[in-house]
Design a protein around this ligand. Structure first.
Ligand SMILES: Cc1cc2nc3c(=O)[nH]c(=O)nc-3n(C[C@H](O)[C@H](O)[C@H](O)COP(=O)(O)O)c2cc1C
Length: 346
């Protein structure tokens, strides 16, 4: 049987699929369902000290849209093209309660040879450092530090969308200084400098970089003439996979193959895990497809990934960065004179 283990610096996961943070991982039942599905790790719904961020969750609203921008029903029958457009907030639990729950989940995760990862979204840096220390003291084994949410411009200081590599360096260095835990730094995709942000996170002592957070988007409603859900929304979905893969490939080229990258944004299946690993990821997070369709999505993706590896007679490590490293420049492509004519509809 193919071994599915993958190594992210100091951490080895039993397989590269990580249940990424969102609302379905607020409560213990959701986290337990994700652990039971067999994933290598589960990232619990994020916390921070900001009351405004908690308040945002109670104002949150979600749409599942198809390729015609029409709403479709939430659930396992949603089409593969369906994607989430939403405004979200952070966990409603007070920090102490969230911490107790996350530590308990990470203890339970050991029985599954998995991890429940604590996730903090930066608002105030001193508060983040205090929370990081408490997370470590509580015995949680991994911290994901999200400095790349889509919402900073909309949510007035409740969360951050860090766009400047110098800030990334300063933020991660300060948290690194405070704790010894592995830190996975989650960065934005709303920048042309994603590889620089990743390099800064590693230079400051981050153990892995998660890329790349969802984007802001505006979807006009042609009936009401209003923006859907009244505002700018966080958007991502299957269509983001090529962008995530491009950022992985460029970041791998920048930081080198020894620095573990974790993919987020656009994976829905086991074959997508393979695609993102071929682009340079050592592990892959899956969030909204699980919130839409349930934890079975994770189990199905793992089974499909394993079948793929067996068919190709490959280990997960054989995939990492292969397609990224085989990229060539356009001028290196073979001459195909007049080929374009085959692609023009009449
Ligand atoms: C409704 C919703 C809530 C989310 N909440 C969080 C969160 O609390 N913390 C976090 O780091 N990311 C959060 N995310 C981002 C996801 O973890 C993930 O990075 C993003 O959805 C792209 O991956 P996907 O295509 O697998 O959904 C959220 C995403 C959605 C759709």
């Amino acid at each position: 049987m193919t071994t599915l283990a993958t190594t992210l610096g100091r951490v080895t996961l039993k397989n590269p699929l990580i249940a990424g943070s969102a609302e379905h991982l607020i409560e213990v039942d959701g986290i337990r369902r994700a652990l039971k599905s067999g994933v290598g790790a589960v990232v619990a719904k994020s916390v921070n000290e900001s009351e405004a961020a908690r308040d945002q969750l109670q104002r949150a609203e979600y749409l599942l849209l198809d390729e015609h921008w029409n709403p479709v029903n939430w659930g396992p029958d949603a089409p593969a093209s369906a994607f989430v457009a939403c405004r979200s907030g952070l966990t409603p639990q007070p920090f102490d309660q969230w911490l107790e729950q996350t530590a308990q989940m990470d203890r339970e995760a050991r029985a599954y040879e998995s991890y429940a990862v604590a996730s903090v979204i930066l608002a105030d840096l001193d508060a983040t450092v205090r929370m990081a220390k408490e997370i470590e003291q509580a015995g949680v084994r991994i911290l994901e530090l999200n400095i790349g949410t889509p919402y900073a411009s909309q949510a007035r200081g409740a969360v951050s969308t860090e766009l400047d590599p110098n800030n990334v360096l300063a933020i991660v260095a300060k948290v690194r200084d405070a704790i010894a835990l592995p830190i996975w730094v989650k960065i934005t995709g709303q920048s042309e400098r994603v590889p620089d942000l990743a390099a800064a996170a590693f230079a400051a002592g981050g153990d892995a970089v998660v890329m790349a957070g969802r984007s802001l988007g505006l979807i006009p409603d042609i009936e009401t003439l209003e923006p859907m859900l009244g505002t700018t929304l966080g958007v991502g979905g299957f269509w983001n996979l090529p962008l995530t893969c491009q950022w992985l490939a460029l970041s791998r080229a920048k930081v080198g193959p020894g620095k573990p990258l974790i993919a987020t944004n656009g994976a829905q299946t086991g074959l997508d895990i393979a695609r993102m690993m071929l682009a340079g990821a050592s592990a892959v997070e899956m969030s909204s497809p699980v919130m839409i369709r349930g934890a079975q999505t994770l189990a199905d993706a793992l089974a499909q990934f394993q079948t793929y590896l067996e068919r190709k007679n490959l280990d997960p490590a054989d995939l990492i960065g292969v397609a990224a490293d085989r990229r060539r420049n356009f001028p290196a492509m073979p001459l195909k004179t007049g080929n374009w004519k085959n692609y023009v509809a009449t």
